[in-house]
Design a protein around this ligand. Structure first.
Ligand code: DP6
Length: 362
């Protein structure tokens, strides 16, 4: 598929007056990280993620035909029941980026009502779930205007549009494991959209758990836009992109053969490498907090004293995602509660697990 394949074909768009569409779309956590991109939202390396189940955004898009046609995008954004002006520029920018592919959006006034299942300002990125939910709503609108599109095209274009809003959002349309970015060992992988991991996944990864420890719920210290930009003149960028692609090949094998010891090693190494890129960029950032390190030390101690396959990964922030197989749930949950939750801000954490992807509400 090329970008041209995602242009809107049907020209009879006058029939639809108004309506409302609602989607629920999950967050995801990358195992092999995307950090570094070029225009238009093309990743410098391929990435792979677990789709989450309990952390999601629910978005309702109300649309009504404009009374007077114009080229402007007219959107009112309502976040958690209140009109939100802070999100509006990002959404307007998103609409401008995608209107070539969904030109009919200029024919409507929109009210966008959105809320997250996870606490507001938890430090959990909502751009992946939020922008994928919105992209899916727009695809449902496209489907009403052009009912002949297939389910496969629907999902692919939803991911394609979501990517233009936020790279990681391309990985939030489907479950349970998604690859985004062209990779020689992953058939049908693309820089333009995410695809479901195309090989059979070992049973060790069934219902895999992700407990998210909220270490620091403050505003992000570095926005992802600035963070990705820092990779442009980064002295280690070239090696990092090559390493990430190599790691994705290794991860693909691990997911198929179920080697959890290798999984633990690779996932943690990826998380620390992401942070190493920020530690060594110009300007430099330390995004971990002292409690992040204490949690990591405790996980390593626990692993030394048991046969556990628990491990951690990190986003571009201080929160810690604890990954573990379902058969360890009881023991690891007790350990988390006793030893790790005390390091969380206000003892807050979220229990999540692998999810199946976005769901249409109506
Ligand atoms: C560290 O997808 O938030 O979470 O494309 O600028 O919106 P934009 O960036 P974003 O970057 C995510 C970076 C990451 C790693 C990952 O999810 O792969």
């Amino acid at each position: 598929m090329t970008e041209e394949d995602f242009l809107f074909r049907n020209t009879h768009t006058d029939s639809l007056e108004n309506g409302s569409i609602s989607w629920q779309s999950p967050s995801n956590i990358a195992l092999i990280k995307y950090w570094g991109k070029s225009e238009p939202q093309i990743p410098k390396n391929s990435s792979i993620s677990f789709t989450l189940n309990n952390c999601y955004t629910t978005t309702t898009l109300e649309f009504s035909k404009k009374e007077v046609s114009s080229n402007d995008h007219n959107i009112i954004v309502i976040f958690e029941n209140e009109v939100n002006v802070a999100f509006k520029p990002k959404i307007l920018q998103f609409f401008e980026r995608i209107d070539r592919y969904v030109p009919f959006i200029k024919n409507f006034d929109f009210v966008l009502k959105t809320r997250n299942s996870f606490p507001h300002s938890s430090g959990i990125a909502s751009s992946a779930s939020g922008l994928s939910a919105l992209a899916l709503c727009l695809m449902s609108l496209e489907k009403q205007l052009n009912p002949s599109i297939t389910d496969g095209y629907f999902k692919q274009k939803a991911s394609f549009l979501a990517r233009l809003g936020s790279g990681s959002a391309a990985r939030s349309v489907e479950g349970e494991i998604v690859v985004w970015g062209e990779h020689s060992e992953i058939i049908d992988s693309s820089d333009l959209y995410g695809i479901q991991f195309p090989y059979s996944i070992h049973s060790n990864f069934k219902n895999y758990n992700d407990t998210i420890l909220l270490v620091d719920k403050g505003e992000k210290q570095v926005s992802s836009t600035i963070g990705h930009d820092l990779m442009h003149n980064h002295p280690f960028a070239k090696n990092r992109f090559a390493q990430a692609n190599k790691n994705l090949g290794r991860m693909s094998k691990i997911l198929q053969n179920g080697n959890l010891k290798a999984f633990v090693q690779l996932v943690e190494s990826e998380a620390l490498t992401l942070h190493a890129m920020m530690l060594t960029s110009n300007p430099y950032f330390i995004l971990m907090k002292s409690n992040t390190l204490k949690i990591i030390e405790n996980i390593w101690k626990y692993r030394d004293n048991t046969t556990s396959d628990i491990c951690f990964t990190l986003d571009a922030g201080a929160n810690v995602h604890i990954l573990f197989p379902d058969r360890e749930k009881e023991k690891v949950s007790a350990f988390i509660l006793k030893k790790l939750v005390p390091f969380c801000q206000n003892n807050q954490y979220i229990c999540d697990n692998l999810g199946k992807g976005a769901k249409k509400i109506y």
